[in-house]
Design a protein around this ligand. Structure first.
Ligand code: MN3
Length: 212
């Protein structure tokens, strides 16, 4: 058994009118994400990962600290990118959220505008490479957080991510050059698939369905 690169849920040209061009998606999905999958598969035998779920591998690698980093870098990035592709759509973003999601953001995070600002700030202030997240915390409440490099809220034990944005430079440099805040504004206002995010609350996060 091995991990595999799932196809994008839309074509590589589908997001071009919304700030993510064909070249970005071809490189980011076909090269970067694929390289994480290939490297992770190369670690399965050596690290005794056979038969484990992707989520279990992320959790165990996170608990192992520095010793777990070689696995976490690849397993985390595989998980993170699978979620990232799922939570975008052509013509997404904006302020029309499914009612249950909007209500939970209101009660847990003080409203959509406050959430968007917190999420953007998490992405802007993640120094170097990493991710900004909306997660379901251990107390069942929504929370905004961020992680460096290939880590994620599963590996840190913070909770289950339902929305994530990649702030590695490879995610935005072709479309927004060095201006990460504009990439994050664009993500929130033109790309997020709120229906998928709302669905992931009900499911308790993304179930990768993949095991080594
Ligand atoms: Mn990436």
């Amino acid at each position: 058994m091995a991990f595999s690169l799932p196809p994008l849920p839309y074509s590589t040209t589908a997001l071009a009118a919304n700030g993510m061009c064909q070249e970005t998606l071809e490189l980011h999905h076909g090269k970067h994400h694929n390289a994480y999958v290939t490297a992770l598969n190369g670690l399965i035998e050596a690290k005794g990962l056979a038969g484990k779920s992707l989520e279990a591998i992320c959790t165990e690698a996170g608990k192992a600290g520095a010793d777990g980093l070689p696995v976490l870098n690849q397993a985390g990035q595989h998980y993170n990118h699978m979620l990232f592709w799922q939570v975008m759509q052509p013509g997404g973003g904006g302020d029309k959220l499914p009612g249950a999601l909007a209500a939970k953001i209101d009660s847990d995070l003080g409203g959509l505008a406050a959430f968007k600002e917190a999420f953007k700030q998490a992405g802007v202030t993640q120094f170097g490479s990493g991710w900004a997240w909306l997660i379901i915390g251990a107390d069942g409440k929504l929370k905004v957080t961020k992680t460096p490099n290939g880590a994620n809220p599963i590996s840190t034990g913070e909770g289950k991510p339902i929305l994530g944005v990649d702030v590695w430079e490879h995610a935005y440099y072709l479309d927004f050059r060095n201006v990460r805040p504009n990439y994050l504004d664009n993500f929130l206002n033109k790309l997020v698939n709120w229906e998928v995010v709302a669905d992931l609350i009900g499911k308790g996060g993304l179930a990768s369905g993949q095991s080594a």
